[in-house]
Design a protein around this ligand. Sequence first.
Ligand SMILES: CC(C)(COP(=O)(O)OP(=O)(O)OC[C@H]1O[C@@H](n2cnc3c(N)ncnc32)[C@H](O)[C@@H]1OP(=O)(O)O)[C@@H](O)C(=O)NCCC(=O)NCCS
Length: 194
Amino acid sequence: MSLERKYVEVKTPRLLIRPLQPYDAPSIFTMRSDPEVVKYTSHSPDKDVETTMKAMQEWQEAGRYNFVVELLTQDDKESGIKTDHPVAKRKFVGVIGIVRSPEIGYCFSREFWRKGYATEAMQAFLGLAWDHLSQSGGFGYVTAQVDTENIGSNRLLEKVGFKKQKTTVADYESPVLGSVRDSFLWQLDKPLSS
Ligand SMILES: CC(C)(COP(=O)(O)OP(=O)(O)OC[C@H]1O[C@@H](n2cnc3c(N)ncnc32)[C@H](O)[C@@H]1OP(=O)(O)O)[C@@H](O)C(=O)NCCC(=O)NCCS
């Protein structure tokens, strides 16, 4: 599947969630070059934009269902979203998507942490995820795998209703932390109304 599959987007009071595009590479590079951002993942900070583009290519080949989260501009709020999506006018906040069905993944730039954006984006993205998962494997739930010490990510999942299923010991290795890490597996069942 390509990054340009059926175009769907969601607007929240503060955010636009729209499909990831190749021109997002520089913003994603800036986010993923920050060691604090990738600390609880199995990859090193991106060293250049080519590394980011290679990762994006791999996501595309794997058929990931990836979306970019942007801050709505005042103009977006007053006049509605224009179809040409002038990316330069909106600030890039982060990425959210289905990594491999039914696992969800997300990553936000550090300057936007702790403002409720991940909660807002997740709640809106789940609407898209239910439709996507029912078409790709018939899943009636989403999962997330999170380092046991990733306080923000674990709190986010708990807040939006995920339930902790189990702990996986020695689940992955973090190059930034230089250690083998334990993870919690979280699950959220599709609401009956979706
Ligand atoms: C995890 C992450 C997405 C959270 O994004 P965010 O926009 O800061 O989340 P929110 O502002 O919506 O906060 C959600 C909840 O988590 C809490 N929280 C977020 N970061 C926190 C932190 N560092 N310490 C304590 N609580 C934290 C918030 O206070 C809020 O809970 P509350 O409403 O009860 O106060 C963001 O920190 C991130 O991108 N981290 C790096 C990438 C990553 O770890 N991804 C997940 C890999 S599994």
